[in-house]
Every structure is written in C-alpha cells, then in structure tokens.
Write a protein that binds this ligand. Structure first.
Ligand SMILES: C[S@@+](CC[C@H](N)C(=O)[O-])C[C@H]1O[C@@H](n2cnc3c(N)ncnc32)[C@H](O)[C@@H]1O
Length: 398
C-alpha cells in the first residue's frame, strides 16, 4: 500500500478529474451567484491542498474558481461557505489554504472523517445550494444509499461529483464471492495507491453500491457470460440506477490515463436535479474525455468521434436513441438533452445532439417551436439554446 506517495506527484490520470472539476465550478458558482442563494461547497476528502510537485489539489482548484467568480460577479448579495474535510493531512491543508482574504467567502478545514462530519455540516445549511466533491482513496467511504439520503427539496439542492473506483469494487466483489479475477496491470498501477478494502463483506458492498445488483454481475462474469470490461460497465450502470432513485440527472464517465487509454482507471459520477448544471457538466465531460483520447494519440485529431465510453459514435444510432426516448407530450430542449445523457451516456456533445434534433425535424419526426417565436426585428427565431428568456419546445410531429 503506498497511499503515502499519493501527494508526491500529481498523476496523469488525476489531471482529467481535476480539469473536469475546475471547468465546471467556474460556470456553476457564477450561475448560482446570480440566483442570490447561499452556496455551500464541501470537498469531502480534501487531501493536502497542494501536491509536493507544486500542482494544486482539489481545494485550491475550487478556491481559484470561487475567487474568479466572486470578482467578476456583478450580483450584490453573495455568500459562499467552503468546507474541506480531511482525516490525515488537515495540518498541511490548513497551511496550504492560507490564501488572500476573499470577501463573501468563508473557509473551514474540518480535521476528521467525512462520515462523522457530513450530516452536521449539511444540517447547518438547510437552505443552501450544496455541492459535494467526493474523491476518496478507495471504496470504503462510498455509500450510495447515504448519498441518496441527502435532502433535496424546493429550498435546498444537493449536487455531487464522485470519484467511484469501480475496478476496486469489482476486485473486492470477486474476492467476497470467491471468483477468480486478476486485475489488468494498467489498473493495478492505479489501485496500488488506493486503500485496500480486503476486509469488506457482502453487506458492505451492497451498501457501497446502493443495491445487491452487483452479485449477479459477478456471477455472470464467473460463468463467462460477460467479460470483466462488460462487468465494470454494468456495475457503473447499476450504481447510476441507484442514484437515479434520488437524482433526476446522473452522468458517469470512465477516466483513463493518457499513457494507456484502453481501460478506465476510475469513474466520475455527477448527480444533480438541475438541467442547466447537467448540460454544462455533460459538455465538459465530453470535451475533457475526448482531449485525453487525443493526447493519448499523440495530439492527433481522430477523423472519428468517440463517445465517452471510448466507442465510435454513429449518427444513425444516436438519432435512433433520440427517437427511442422522445416523449409523446411536449418537452423543453434542455431537460430533453439531460434525459438523453442520463439514459444513454454522453454519446456526443450537446451541439451535435442539437444538430440531430434539427435533422429529425427536417425528416418530419418532431417539431421545434420557440418562445419568443420572433426576433426583435420581426424575423422567425432560430435559436437552439435556452435561458431565462428563451425557450425551445419539442413536440412529436403529428
Ligand atoms: C484521493 S485523496 C484526495 C485528493 C484531493 N481530492 C486532491 O485533489 O488533492 C483522498 C484523501 O482523503 C483522506 N481521507 C481518507 N479517509 C478519509 C475519511 N474517512 N474522511 C475524510 N478524509 C479521508 C486521505 O487522507 C486523502 O488525503
């Protein structure tokens, strides 16, 4: 076990995760500040703040985003409270978080376990918009049932970004069910820095995954009905389904290393009940995962486009998927796109999906109407992005 080395140098595979977090938080905080609602940001496994090679860890990445947004935000009533929970390195973290005083932001380092502190923190913010970043060493502290119990209602909204070590889970699930399985070396390289979980039992695995669906997956793998790669994907789908019992929109992407791009090291799950946030996150995930595929190919742009699972995207299939989930009653564009991503994964970015939707109108499958339907110059509106003043409504063609 070499978790002690984790902070020596930021690993290549951590960079994708960090860039997804950093790219999302800037538009996230900016939008929320506009709603004048108090914001609570919680980094639940915060680490040291800085890696020994000088690279910023997640706490400093988040603080930079907050600082940028508070500086440019023109809205007067602002209030952000940021918590950084860390069990082992909280002294280092406190030292690394000595940043310039930022008006409207208060920071608290919580030295202790996430499990012992999270309820108290959430109870102290009953009306806030809350974002939790969950990046633990292994799977022990993950708890899908618990994550689904965080209260989201009219006045409070909880959104999460979770690093879920699905391969670590699969390895332990095989051990518990006494199924032979040897991890690929490329994944092992990633898992060595993670906390071993070889004392975890069947009930704990069910708690972690949010259900006992994992048992059949491992049995199917044992009976050679599925490969380990398929098993990992099914596991991710099962975890997503468990999250969907509480969160309207659930995204997950496999994060690969730049060196060997074949097998994902871990998965990032994003959970929210807000379509705007889901759409922003889906586009960021799509872009960042594709950049990592490109980097792996030595910076060469591929003539093919891949979905975030690393499979070729096909226009015909994607259009069929749109048809498959198209509702019989009208729906606005943004929630429709988010439902697509939640159901099928990030097949392609939102711009391309929107192009397909326009093609489906041309082909007579659906109808697009807009509010307002005319521009200020009296011309037909053609916009395909929504905001407070613009709505795009989709209907099945009759
Ligand atoms: C993967 S690292 C987090 C890295 C961090 N996100 C970053 O970008 O720098 C996980 C951290 O969780 C801490 N930790 C382990 N168990 C914990 C627990 N139960 N509660 C809170 N922190 C914990 C570890 O000390 C470690 O610093």
């Amino acid at each position: 076990m070499s978790t002690n080395n984790f902070f020596a140098k930021k690993k290549d595979w951590s960079k994708t995760k960090d860039s997804i977090l950093g790219s999302y938080l800037t538009p996230y905080f900016y939008k929320l500040l506009a709603y004048h609602r108090p914001i609570c940001y919680i980094d639940c496994f915060a680490g040291k703040g800085k890696f020994d090679d000088g690279e910023n860890g997640s706490p400093l990445i988040a603080l930079e985003c907050i600082k940028k947004d508070l500086t440019v935000s023109k809205y007067v009533k602002k209030q952000i409270k940021a918590y950084f929970i860390e069990l082992n390195h909280f002294k280092d973290l406190e030292n690394n978080l000595i940043v310039d005083n930022i008006d409207d932001l208060s920071i608290e380092v919580v030295g202790g376990r996430f499990e012992d502190n999270i309820d108290l923190i959430l109870n102290n913010h009953p009306f806030d918009t809350v974002f939790l970043y969950v990046d633990p060493y292994g799977i022990k502290a993950l708890d899908v049932k618990k994550f689904c119990s965080f209260k989201t209602n009219e006045t409070k909204s909880v959104e999460m970004l979770i690093n879920f070590n699905t391969w670590g889970f699969f390895r332990e699930a095989c051990r518990v069910l006494k199924v032979d399985f040897k991890l690929d070396d490329a994944i092992n390289e990633y898992l060595v820095e993670y906390e071993p979980a070889n004392d975890i039992n069947r009930d704990e695995l069910t708690r972690i995954a949010g259900g006992d669906f994992w048992i059949k997956i491992v049995q199917d793998f044992k009976n050679q009905l599925i490969s380990s790669k398929e098993a990992e994907k099914l596991l991710a789908d099962g975890i997503s389904d468990a999250f969907k019992s509480k969160y309207k929109y659930v995204l997950n992407v496999p994060v690969r290393s730049n060196q060997d791009n074949i097998i994902p090291k871990y998965r990032l799950f994003h959970l929210t009940n807000h379509d705007e946030g889901c759409l922003i996150m889906a586009d960021i995930m799509y872009k960042r995962i594709n950049e990592s595929i490109e980097r792996q190919q030595g910076g060469q742009m591929s003539i093919f486009e891949f979905n975030t699972e690393g499979n070729l995207e096909s226009q015909e299939n994607t259009k069929q998927m749109i048809k498959d989930i198209f509702p019989s009653s009208s729906i606005c564009l943004t929630p429709f796109l988010c439902e697509f991503f939640t159901k099928f994964g990030i097949e392609t970015g939102s711009s391309k999906l929107i192009e397909y939707i326009k093609e489906l109108e041309y082909e007579g499958f659906l109808k697009i109407s807009r509010f307002p339907d005319k521009t200020t110059k009296g011309q037909e509106s053609t916009f395909m992005r929504e905001d407070k003043k613009h709505k795009v409504i989709l209907n099945k063609a009759v």
